[in-house]
Design a protein around this ligand. Structure first.
Ligand SMILES: [Fe+2]
Ligand SMILES: [Fe+2]
Ligand SMILES: [Fe+2]
Ligand SMILES: [Fe+2]
Length: 442
């Protein structure tokens, strides 16, 4: 069905201000929530944080606009702020930081995998595939701590929808910043879908970074604190990578239009996909609000830029996030691309064998892990708890774990505490032996 967001009826701005009782909604039950209801709630929080922050940047940078329009922008910022509180605080108080962390990485994996399959620009698609395997490995590293600290199984959170196993090892996600900068799209030729896809994943990654920044210190375990620090730093690189895909010559009004359009498209998808009736009510209300935000910005765009908003966002809604299991796609990318590394802007990605000996990321990786890589220490530690690493995947994929590790390892800049393939194999064998012993006893 065709849906032009510029022409549909929204909720008048004067009706959008809500009271505290409405803003602070009743949280979902962590024991009952569907994992994809939770991923939608996490993503929409990230989208609202970006929508709120952008309006403040807009008001700080834009001097030549009428007072009445500046007032509208500041009112919209207030509404984004209220929506953000509702979205984020739908999380229950008894959901631990590590539980929420696993859910954040599930968002990253399943969202990026969906985007990659719905992205026509080949270079942008390859960038999504590249980032995907990094968040996939974060999920695996955090799953070790979730087991050690809180006795959690990964499926308690990901509900068998997302595999949890080694990916491109986190110690190799640290790069020279110059290499993280990607080639940007051309604002005049890029599809609205590409623009919305990038802004969606960027908002998610930014909020993941913020969440780790503000919660990683809440655990006493020093190795876990270091792992949060390490992965937070990778999320910083992900923000750098995804934002560099955006054409920097877009005007602030063009960006404002894309921000509201991204909100509209995401809530539209949430309404379509949501199975939890309570959550759906919020998505429906916020969707109506966003239609008005978009239309108000569209009027300003016409007034100040004398252009048709459809030149930027088209005349059709786009779908940026269908949360569903992406195991088959992710496994395919994992097996093929675990050995990929960053090449300079404008070039496609390279394999470990293809990168030069003076690759700019080697010194960065050597420096940050000169004592040890926390993300490797977590695998060393889990051995004392249960013989081997925590994995949640099919037997076929599990049997490939050692070869995946082998393929992802670099000859250079590998931390001295790295779990090497023979050590991982030993852990797996020991675990198998003990499991069969247990069978004998019982
Ligand atoms: Fe919003
Ligand atoms: Fe991540
Ligand atoms: Fe990430
Ligand atoms: Fe908005």
């Amino acid at each position: 069905m065709s849906f032009n967001a510029l022409k549909e009826k929204g909720m008048p701005l004067e009706k959008q201000l809500r009271n505290w009782h409405q803003i602070v909604a009743e949280p979902y039950k962590k024991q009952k929530v569907d994992c994809y209801t939770r991923t939608r709630q996490i993503l929409m929080n990230g989208i609202e944080v970006e929508g709120w922050g952008f309006k403040h940047q807009f008001n700080r940078f834009m001097s030549n606009i009428d007072t009445c329009d500046r007032e509208i922008i500041s009112k919209l910022g207030r509404i984004e702020n209220q929506q953000q509180m509702t979205c984020n605080w739908l999380s229950p108080a008894d959901q631990s930081v590590l539980e929420t962390t696993l859910a954040y990485e599930q968002v990253a994996v399943d969202l990026t995998a969906w985007l990659a399959q719905n992205e026509k620009d080949k270079y942008v698609k390859e960038t999504f595939d590249f980032g995907l395997l990094e968040d996939f490995d974060h999920l695996y590293r955090y799953a070790q701590f979730a087991c050690m600290s809180e006795g959690l199984k990964p499926d308690d959170i990901v509900q068998e929808q997302t595999d949890v196993i080694i990916g491109r090892p986190t110690q190799y996600h640290h790069n020279c910043n110059a290499l993280r900068l990607r080639h940007h799209y051309d604002k005049n030729t890029a599809e609205p879908q590409t623009k919305v896809n990038i802004l969606t994943v960027l908002s998610g990654e930014q909020q993941t970074h913020n969440f780790y920044a503000e919660h990683g210190f809440m655990y006493a375990n020093h190795v876990l604190r270091e792992t949060y620090a390490e992965i937070k730093d990778v999320e910083e690189e992900h923000v750098t990578m995804y934002e560099s895909l955006i054409d920097p010559t877009e005007s602030m009004f063009e960006k404002a239009l894309l921000h509201e359009f991204t909100e509209v498209c995401n809530y539209y998808t949430c309404v379509e996909d949501e199975t939890d009736e309570n959550m759906k009510k919020y998505w429906e209300i916020f969707f109506e609000m966003e239609l008005t935000h978009l239309q108000l910005i569209a009027e300003m765009f016409k007034k100040y830029e004398k252009r048709d908003p459809e030149e930027v966002i088209g005349s059709e809604i786009v779908i940026p996030c269908r949360f569903k299991s992406q195991k088959v796609y992710v496994q395919k990318v994992l097996e093929k691309e675990v050995n990929k590394r960053l090449a300079p802007e404008g070039e496609y990605y390279k394999t470990i064998e293809e990168i030069p000996s003076d690759w700019a990321s080697y010194p960065v990786q050597e420096r940050v892990a000169e004592i040890s890589a926390p993300s490797e220490n977590c695998i060393k530690l889990i051995r004392f708890y249960k013989d081997r690493d925590v994995v949640a995947a099919s037997e076929i994929l599990k049997n490939k774990e050692v070869s995946l590790l082998e393929k992802g390892l670099q000859k250079h800049a590998t931390a001295h505490n790295t779990v090497m393939p023979d050590e991982l194999q030993e852990m797996i064998d020991l675990n198998e032996e003990r499991e069969s012993d247990k069978e004998k006893i019982i």
